[in-house]
Design a protein around this ligand. Structure first.
Ligand SMILES: [Zn+2]
Length: 316
């Protein structure tokens, strides 16, 4: 509803726009920003928040994907391409989260520091995209401990690119990492309020496996890891059977995925003579609007665990 119309561009036009931009910029050499700050572009809000916290007053950050935007489906606009070209540094999640941006990030990233942050995480800690898959699940922000490695990579990169302010970046990162330790402890404490057999999280798409591993939840999503493939009626039926059999009290909608998928599960459960509540809306792949609890990464994490635990306790 609040989304502004975006002009999407074809890959051929994209290549032209990038080449023209590079010619104008003298082949993509980094230029000092007029305001003296390092100009950073981040793809997701979670990453933008980490950059803002670590960069502080020395960094200006533009975020491509606003509240409620699905990164799996997001396509670059001409305005995005311009921002990417003018930036000093690019940060993105990687692991194929921003599937439609892969080409533009690779092409523009050749001429400047460009970091796929989730790919900096110790690979032994990554989960597979699906059972037996060689690709990794990109939804790393749901495990606060893993996200700390992303914050560290942001700090290291900023300190390297802008050595004059390296001390400030390292100090800001240290402060934020301590806050994230407290956040992780908070999520553990709240999760522990639920008996183990009640810790079952059902959502619209398979975003929460890292959350499940870190905080002891069994996790089921109607759609797969990416929202690009629609769920079929067989998926809805299987999930509804599971909810009835396990007597699961609540399922959850996601801010970046249409509600209809989860409503279809609810209807299928009702058709079986049982009932399941919609336990609330979780921030899955995007932050919330400015001013909402989900406007920051820490707020998003807190909102999610509070919503999940309250609903599964039956106090939602
Ligand atoms: Zn996702």
């Amino acid at each position: 509803m609040s989304k502004s119309p975006t002009r999407h561009i074809s890959p051929i036009l994209l290549t032209f726009v990038i080449l023209a931009g590079m010619a104008l910029a003298g082949c993509g050499a980094g230029t000092a920003s007029e305001d003296g700050r390092l100009h950073v572009v981040a793809t997701t809000g979670q990453i933008g928040d980490a950059v803002a916290r670590v960069g502080g007053e020395h960094v200006h950050v533009d975020v491509l994907m606003g509240a409620g935007v699905d990164p799996h489906l997001y396509v670059a606009s001409e305005g995005d391409v311009r921002l990417l070209q003018q930036a000093d540094v690019l940060f993105y999640n990687g692991l194929f989260l921003e599937a439609q941006l892969a080409d533009v990030l690779r092409q523009i990233g050749e001429s400047k520091p460009s970091v796929a942050l989730a790919e900096r995480i110790d690979s032994a800690l990554l989960l597979p995209w699906s059972d037996g898959s060689a690709e990794s699940d990109p939804h790393v922000w749901f495990d606060v401990q893993l996200w700390k490695q992303v914050v560290e990579a942001v700090g290291d990169t900023l300190a390297e690119v802008d050595a004059a302010h390296a001390d400030a970046y390292r100090a800001n990162a240290a402060t934020y990492l301590r806050e994230l330790d407290e956040l992780h402890a908070y999520v553990q404490e709240r999760a522990a309020e639920l008996p183990v057999e009640r810790r079952v999280l059902i959502t619209a798409h398979d975003a929460f496996h890292y959350f499940g591993r870190a905080y002891g939840f069994e996790v089921r999503g109607l759609q797969g890891i990416s929202t690009a493939a629609e769920a079929g009626t067989a998926d809805v039926r299987a999930l509804a059977d599971y909810i009835v059999q396990r007597q699961i009290p609540a399922i959850f909608i996601e801010s970046s995925v249409p509600v209809r998928a989860v409503e279809a599960i609810q209807a299928a459960v009702a058709a079986r003579g049982a009932a399941v509540e919609i336990g609330g809306e979780l921030y899955s792949d995007a932050l919330g609007d400015a001013g909402s609890e989900g406007a920051t990464y820490a707020g998003m994490v807190r909102h999610n665990i509070d919503t999940i635990v309250d609903a599964l306790k039956g106090e939602g």
